[in-house]
Design a protein around this ligand. Sequence first.
Ligand code: FE2
Ligand code: FE2
Length: 196
Amino acid sequence: MNIFTNTTSTADIDPIEVVRRELSRRVTPARKAHIERVTTLLEGLTERFDLDVAAARLAGLAHDLDRDIPSWTAFALVSDWRLPVQPIERRHPKMLHGAITAARLRRRYGVTSDSVISAVRHHTLGDPSLDDLGLALFVADFCEPGRRHSGTGNAREILALPSLEQMVCRIIEFNERRFGPLEEPTAQLYARLQGD
Ligand SMILES: [Fe+2]
Ligand SMILES: [Fe+2]
């Protein structure tokens, strides 16, 4: 697997098709199954909250495209592409995948949607700049039915809330109870949503 070379000509190809093809060689079967469940749930949220279906499909399919790359590769890409990352993402290199895939989408796959790029970039920690697509991906990633930590009942309760803002707040509260104090971008997102 050579992730430094762009072997795919993307000039006239739908990025969704490019990502679908790349998924088969970049992620494990279990990861791919998670990605498909997230995308299905995200498409449901898209319909419910009247978001752009194609953008949601691309964000869902792409969000964990680089989740299975080795740490040394992740650090090399972050360095080569001069990507700004959070301290916690450096300490836990598995968390670098959002920044890497977001950059890959723009640099290699010709994606121009800031909304898609931002949703993918910030799907792990969240960020105060997230729009509705970003919030929806954050929710779908947490609530997809294969997640053990969220629990079916918990996910169902979250998805029954009336707004994406409330769903994200509930997830952040859950994560704070589970993992302790929030990282800066997560705390800022929570503060913004409480004020909305
Ligand atoms: Fe992820
Ligand atoms: Fe994910």
